[in-house]
Design a protein around this ligand. Sequence first.
Ligand SMILES: [Mg+2]
Length: 260
Amino acid sequence: MLAATPVGAQRLAETGDTGEGGDRTLIIDALAEQLVFDELERLHDAGARFTVLSEERGTVDYGDDGVLVVVDPIDGSMNAKRGMGHYSLSIAVADGPTMADVFFGYVFDFGPGEEWRATRGGGAFLNDTPIIGPPHERRTADGRLELVAIESAHPRYLAQSSDALVEHVYRIRAMGSIAIALCQVAVTRVDGMATLWRARSVDAAAAQLIVREAGGLVAFPAFEHPLGAPLDLVPHSPVMAARTPDALRRLAALSTFQPV
Ligand SMILES: [Mg+2]
């Protein structure tokens, strides 16, 4: 579908609707979601039972609310519509209501064509290669994290976080997809990842398992349990990921988000 929709007017076109997740829906968002639902309906016809939570359509019942399929048809729509670098399909499957209950995560990055996946207790994979023993995080001589991916990079949040960024981070990258930015932590292409504002579950559910199965640490700091964020369409909490507890603590200082 994306290959058949060249960058330009067709990629920029909006449906006129606002998705259940709150963003204005692009036609490519809606078409990508339809393709995912076509596959899910085939699985249902073959006997599978589950419930789907998807960015544009919201919750759709396929016969079992004990198996939740969390779909972001395109994470990084801003990049997709402009033909920039990274945008992804993100699918998570959970057997309970929170991030801790995700047992399968899948992220496909349409930029470099990278497939990331993980199963709970079964490890993480990049393009079918197990992620084993990724590099250690890198620090500057004074202890700052060398490279950190920042998402929800609204200029106001960046300004509010600027002192903490100077204190804890040497250089930042803003890739434009929460799912893809998280995946970079799984192989330590970045030393940490943080959103500066509340993220929605559809953006993070799959990639957070990929990071954890690759030995990384993930936290949703609005919740007492670091993985306690519910699998719904409400933006509850920032998400952050790193490879060490000290790095995660430094990233928590970046977010100006205050629990209400
Ligand atoms: Mg999306």
